[in-house]
Ligand binder design. Structure first.
Ligand code: NAP
Ligand code: GLV
Length: 310
């Protein structure tokens, strides 16, 4: 018997459980908060667990993160030291994120905001069509999501600059790494996409200094975490024209409070943390693979490095 606890609210969990049990008959699945015997739980599947909850499960051996970002798991003060945390990676999350980024980039690149104001004023005017080759896009974070977005944007002809912690070599992408190369990376970016994990090093990275290293009138897309952004610095950059707009999917406080100034900035596009999502129907295969690997003592994939925070 292997007992797993799901701490996540989602539709179709019963269907997921049925499929899991069909493949792993001795699996015992619980859905939080209904746990008959917390002492038996060996694995937890979660994204944003209640703080301190990990102390309740003395036999915990494996944590599987439904989120690409794991900061909500790592902040638990009772996280047992030697339990591996693995991210459940499935391709749909990546393709949906890339769709969102393509939409945001193309809306900026094809002057959608200007044409919107023209339409409101019943004004007929054609603007010169911009070349993709003249719109360099910077991607902060060249992980699973950043690399896919970089490659798809590059196939449309956008020059891409990517930034990561360690050096990378990706076909068609100009790669930069480390703090010392950040400004150099930003210097030509007309659009900046943030796809970094939230860690000690990356918190507040979208700030005045970052914006001023980019060409005037650039555009920001933040699809990572709200805490990457220094909100006041964004408002100042928009007011000064250093940035011409921003597309924000994530916020320090979610839901974004009704009285937040972002709502009334016409240059800001807001979406409610929906750039990508994973649905329970896609979890079955990667979950079965992970559980089988773990129980068979095989190397786990997508293991989080706790020191690095992602
Ligand atoms: P990932 O595969 O872990 O990739 C993270 C990337 O960030 C790596 O390239 C890493 O560099 C780089 N990085 C980390 N710390 C850095 C630092 N200090 N300086 C420079 N680069 C650094 O993560 P992912 O799966 O692509 O996901 C990225 C983030 O997207 C998640 O953490 C989450 O916050 C966000 N997200 C948002 C949504 C949404 O709906 N809005 C959905 C999913 C994910 P190395 O390659 O050198 O290690
Ligand atoms: C969503 O924001 C995630 O981290 O998967």
């Amino acid at each position: 018997m292997f007992s797993i606890l799901i701490i996540y609210e989602a539709e179709n969990l019963q269907l997921l459980i049925k499929e899991l049990k069909a493949s792993i008959p001795d699996l015992d699945v619980h859905i939080w908060p209904k746990v008959e015997n917390a002492d038996n739980i060996e694995a937890i599947l979660t994204w944003k667990p209640p703080l301190g909850i990990m102390a309740k499960f003395p036999k915990l051996k494996l944590i599987i993160s439904l989120g690409a970002g794991v900061e909500e798991i790592l902040r638990d003060p009772n996280l047992p030291a030697n339990v591996p945390i693995v991210r459940l990676i499935e391709p749909c999350v990546t393709s949906r994120m890339t769709e969102y980024i393509l939409l945001a980039v193309l809306r900026f690149h094809r002057q959608a905001f200007t044409y919107q104001t023209f339409q409101q004023a019943r004004h007929w005017q054609a603007l010169p069509l911009p070349e993709t080759s003249s719109c360099t896009i910077g991607i902060l974070g060249l992980g699973i999501l950043g690399t896919d977005a970089a490659q798809k944007l590059n196939t449309l002809g956008f020059p891409i600059r990517g930034w990561s912690r360690t050096p990378k070599n990706i076909d068609g992408i100009e790669c930069f790494h480390g703090r010392e190369q950040l400004k150099l990376c930003l210097s030509k970016c007309r659009v900046l996409v943030c796809l970094l994990p939230l860690t000690r090093e990356t918190k507040g990275i979208l700030n005045r200094e970052t914006f001023s290293a980019m060409p005037q009138g650039s555009y920001l897309i933040n699809v990572a975490r709200g805490q990457h952004l220094v909100e006041q610095d964004l408002l100042e950059a928009l007011d000064s024209g250093q940035l011409s707009g921003a597309c924000l999917d994530v916020f320090s406080q979610e839901p974004l409070p009704k009285n937040h100034p972002f709502w009334s900035y016409p240059q800001i596009t807001i979406t409610p943390h929906v750039a990508t999502q994973t649905d329970s129907e896609y979890w079955t295969k990667p979950l079965i693979d992970t559980i089988r690997c773990f129980r068979g003592g095989l190397p786990l994939k997508n293991v989080v490095n706790r020191q690095q925070g992602y």
